[in-house]
Structure formats: structure tokens, C-alpha cells
Design a binder for this molecule. Sequence first.
Ligand code: PEP
Ligand code: MG
Length: 541
Amino acid sequence: MQIFQGKSVFGGIAIGRISIFKIEKNQVVRKKIQNVSDECKRFYSAKEEASKQLGNLYDKAVKEVGEDNAAIFEVHQMMLEDEDYLESVENIINSQKVNAEFAVASTSDNFQKMFMDMKDDYMRERAADIKDISERIINILLGNKMDKSINSESSIILAEDLAPSQTVQMDKDKVLSFVTTLGSTNSHTAILARTMGIPALVSTSIPLDNLLDGAMAVVDGFEGKIYVNPTDAVLKDKRRALEEENRKKELLLQLKGQETKTIDGKKIMLYANIGNLKDLALVLENDAEGIGLFRSEFIYLEKNNFPTEEEQFKIYKTIAETMAEKSVIIRTLDIGADKKCDYFDLDAEENPALGYRAIRICLTRPDIFKTQLRALFRASVYGNIKIMYPMITSVSEINQIKHIVNIVKEDLESQEISFKIPEQGIMIETPAAALISDKLAKEVDFFSIGTNDLSQYTLAIDRQNPKLEEFYDPYHEGILKLMETVIQNAHSEGIWAGICGELGADLAMTEKFIKMGIDELSVSPGSVLAIRDKIRKIKLV
Ligand code: PEP
Ligand code: MG
């Protein structure tokens, strides 16, 4: 048995086999080959396998995100049959007598360039699709495993780190736990694990050794440890702990349907954070009273191209209808920083967290923003949607948003399309916003404090950098002072203030936040009942 220490981001016990998630960087080397017809056969069989994988992805996506969103995988399957593309690969193999990997990579470069040079936006965006299908074929030719978690057994995913764009492809029903060697407690892998309510470790001292693939392991999210090839005694002990855990969860289920209020009657709105439609089941299962943060950028990350107004409208409408009259707070696109999306064509930046992201993209590329606003306003007719804008730093940004909102409103009116302008609030996640929250409170309907970014910017500690964890103090007086200011300023203007960052789920802070006057907490669905339990035991006076 080997034991490795990591940092726990969510408690709980997982017992299962390790599955190493490693997407190798494709280093395509040009090699001379003798037998061109064998090489062409190699290429065609890789192409068939790619088509099969895409078929599986399509089926999975239809179930998870609906037919419209799954259609991209069908498009990719069709592109794999494109005669010009196939002919180009064959020609390169035959004329240059080179390996199939190199022929596919060259074809990919040429075709991407050709599409990028086209005038039509739609055609230009096809370049990303060419890149995607070519990488899939190259991975198969190189023997790299992609989509390996699909159709495999439930397992403990061991990875260096997981980008949001990688996790969206995973079959999350089959993930027992995440263990990463990098990553910090506020990284998106951590947030995902909390949303799913599964134990997870980051910054773990475990080697990413292929020999560990398939090994039996226990992840103990309370101790922050992973036991590889556990002894019978450890297994027995952890199985007992798992049963105990499940019993506690059962007890918490008794709180379903109960009010979230302190002993002396102060009511708190207890909402859930979600990233996609599939998370809705967790929201209902855990009896959240609404959705306090829908990270809409995940709709963009799940696709290879900009989601259309219609695609977005259907998703927002489904959420609004599923939640009936309960609040559904949808945050507009927060792409950038660690949430990268190829087709946005964003330049590489020295400091992405301080860079071109979120509302800054929306205000400078208003067409993207308007499409999302149109979809949101139209879907608002079907339920209790509220909109929230991320990364605000000034009143001027709010004025610019209002200007665009007005244009969208007039467009919809003139087109006689039914819509509703919902309540609109902002995330308070920059120190600047917290410090001028007295002015901002006059302009919006609510505040939601994003402690993940507010902490990062207040402490000047990159939330993605595991090396800085020892300097990171989530309870830093500076952060708490800013939060207190925000809550007071909100109340002075008669609006509510909540927390949707990870700190909102910290049971050690619940009483303090309520004493500060917080009105709403939005947490991962798996934390809802534990927080309700905590609040119901608090006495304020
Ligand atoms: C936050 O910054 O606290 C937040 C909720 O947003 P995200 O984690 O998506 O940046
Ligand atoms: Mg944020």
C-alpha cells in the first residue's frame, strides 16, 4: 500500500480503481515510410475509429445536453468524410512518403488556414472544427487515449490538472473522485467536485505513473489522502467510514422541505451553483431554494462554436421552467482567464486573470453579448430568471451594459418577440467593486459576492497557482472587511446581498456571515442540506 497526501477540496470517501487522465501533447514528427498503401490503410482505420468515438460522444451528449447541442459531433462525423480532406491526406502520404500523423497535421494546417482566410464568419469558424477532428485522428494514430472515461467503469480520475474544457467532455456519472497533482482549492476542478458532491484532492504528491492506471485506491477527502493498493484492514475501515457517511447524508435528507432559518427566525435564501442542465437534478435532489449562480460560460465551453440565440434560449427556458417560480440567477458569459474557448480567438496574455475576460469581452464584442441577452430576455417569460454580470469594477461599465440592454429591448419590441426584462444584479468580485458598492447599489437589483475572485484580487494570489496555497488565507481580515462593506451598502440602498463564491459553503463561516447580515448563500448542490442544518441551529441573539 502507498499513501499520498493532497489538499482536500471536498470531504467524503471514494473506493474504486484509478483511471489516469492524460491528454498527451501531440508531438507529430515527420517520418519517412516505405509502404504507402499500408500507411493509407492506417489512416483510414484511424478515421473510422474517430467516427465511432464521435458517434458515442453524440449519443452521450444527446442525453446530457439535448439534440441541438449534440449536433456538433454529427457535423464532425460528416467533416471526417469530406473528400477534399481525405484526398489531401492520401496525397501527402503518397507523394512525400511520410507517416499518416504528419499528413493529417499538414492537411489540418492547410485547411485551417484556408478557412481562416475566408470572409464569411461562419466559414472562418470551421477552422476550429478542422483542428478538432484532425487532433482526434492524430491521437488515435499515436495511441493516445481520449474520451477514455466514456463507457469505462466508475473510477477515481487521476490527472495533472483538469481544464474546464476537458471536464465538460467527461462522463460525470462515472467519476467517483478527482485527484490532481496540480490545482488549487479554488480551481475549477475543485468547484466541479463540490458541485458533484464527490471527494477530491488537489496538489497531491502522487506520481502520474501509467502503472497506477487501474490500481485499486481509496480517496479519503476528510484526511486529504489517497491510499493506493490499500491493505484489507484499510479497505475494511474505509468501507465502514463510507457507510457512516451515507448514514449522515440520509439524516440530512430529512431537512428537505424544511425552511432555512435561524432559531430566532432570520430567513436566508439558500440557493445552488450550477454549470449545466445536468446539474439541475442535483439542485432538486438537494432541495435548493433556487439557483444562485448558473455559470453560463459552460454552454460556450461545451461547444466548438458560438451557441446560437435559439440554443441558449432553450437551455435558459428549460432551467426556468424546471425551477418553476424559484429564482434562477444566470450569470452572463465569464470566459477568459482559466476558462479558455478556442473559437473566441483570444490572444495569449501575460496575466490572463487580470486580462480580457468576462464583461470586458461582452462590452467590446457586443454581438456576442446581445445574442446572450436576447436569449435571456426571451426565456424570462417562462420563469423567475435574474441576470448577473461578472467582473464589474465601475459604474461606467453598468451604464454601458444598460445601453446595450436598451438596444436589445428595442430590437425585440420592434420584432414583436415576447420577452421580459428581468431583475439584474452584479457579482462583487473585484476590490474596486466592493469599495464603491455604495454607488453600484444605486444602479442594480442585487449583489452576489464572488469570494473566489474577490480573494484572488484582494490578496494578489493567483487562485490557480498551488504554490501559493500556503499564503492564501480565505478568512483574511481584508476580505471580510470588504464583504461587510458590500452587505452594509446593499442594505442602505434596499437591495439584497449574497455570496456565490466557495467561501459561502464554509460551515465555519456560516454564523459570521449571517451576523454580517448576508441575505443569500449560493453553494454547490451537495452542500445545501448541511448548510440548512447549520443555519437551523444558529441563534443570533
Ligand atoms: C467567484 O469568483 O467567486 C465566482 C463565483 O465566480 P467563478 O468562480 O466562476 O470565477
Ligand atoms: Mg469569478
